[in-house]
Design a protein around this ligand. Sequence first.
Ligand SMILES: Nc1ncnc2c1ncn2[C@@H]1O[C@H](COP(=O)(O)OP(=O)(O)OP(=O)(O)O)[C@@H](O)[C@H]1O
Ligand SMILES: [Mg+2]
Length: 344
Amino acid sequence: MASVEKTPNEKPLLEISGLKTIFPTDDGIVNAVNDVSFKIDRGQTVGVVGESGCGKSVTGLSLLQLVPSPGRIEAGEIQFYRNREEDPLDIAQVAPKSELMRQIRGNEIAIIFQEPMTSLNPVYTVGNQIAEAIVLHEQVNKKTARERAIEMIARVGIPAPAQRVDEYPHQLSGGMRQRVMIAMALCCSPTLLIADEPTTALDVTIQAQVLGLMQELQAEMGMAIMLITHDLGVIADLADEVVVMYAGRVVERGTVDDIFYNPLHPYTQGLLKSIPILGKTPQKSLPSIPGTVPHPLTLPAGCSFQDRCSERMPECERMPELAVINGKTENGGHAVRCWLHTDF
Ligand SMILES: Nc1ncnc2c1ncn2[C@@H]1O[C@H](COP(=O)(O)OP(=O)(O)OP(=O)(O)O)[C@@H](O)[C@H]1O
Ligand SMILES: [Mg+2]
């Protein structure tokens, strides 16, 4: 768990409020991310969890203005406190293709995805690709960039870096490719790393190694991590704060202790019950929540979880607000979107 000294009232690194990201489709508008609010402090790890289709990836992509067209951010703010002195920049208002957005993507907020093979270019050696990322950020010649690339390959724990530097992505294992992606993402020392299911495609031992590496690098570089995963076990190990999403909305949010020891939303409780016990349950299934996530175009009126919820009440036909239950600030504190914990 990351711990960075914070003075009271210090501004967060990123403050997301009322974020709404939509995809117009032939059948109607998909509200992929709907009224999402949370914050990420400097050096902190925020886990974003929820079943498939809940809007985790689209949230991550929105923060970098990488939502694929015709999708777009429709409402909300993404206040980015680039440094402690200046006023924040609202990323939601920055044009996706602008020079400013390119600068932020390259230097300040980095992203890594689940399947590195789709992000690495198969026709260039990994050394060339890392060197290219280095040259983008620093005024160094090719020779220095290559030396730095070898250093980075060693830093992310790939053996024989002087040989690996000249290999192509297909010559590396999945775990090594993910390490190369991490090396590329960290070349610029970002203040925030968005890691979207960074280890889902890897087997369990390699998963643990790659996550351990991310933690180590985080401690060394002080960056914040937004860790997107459907694996609550990973969240328990790594996150400081947790955001639980369901059907595009935040249904619960709090510290890792709030979520694991005092889960309030029936959905969070269901997710926790379905954490696989090592060696006993197949890893992917979430057996204890009956039913499936509703299609975004056919959400019920009111709480999106009502059809699967054992605590359903007549009130659930109206959408509850995300209510902060322990009196902390707007986008911090333990908050839940459920009539069980909200006054009617
Ligand atoms: N390009 C797109 N066009 C239309 N709808 C999209 C597009 N991308 C995502 N969506 C929809 O937005 C919603 C959120 O998708 P998202 O990829 O963020 O889910 P997720 O939580 O990351 O799921 P997973 O765990 O499977 O990665 C889904 O309903 C999805 O179908
Ligand atoms: Mg996803």
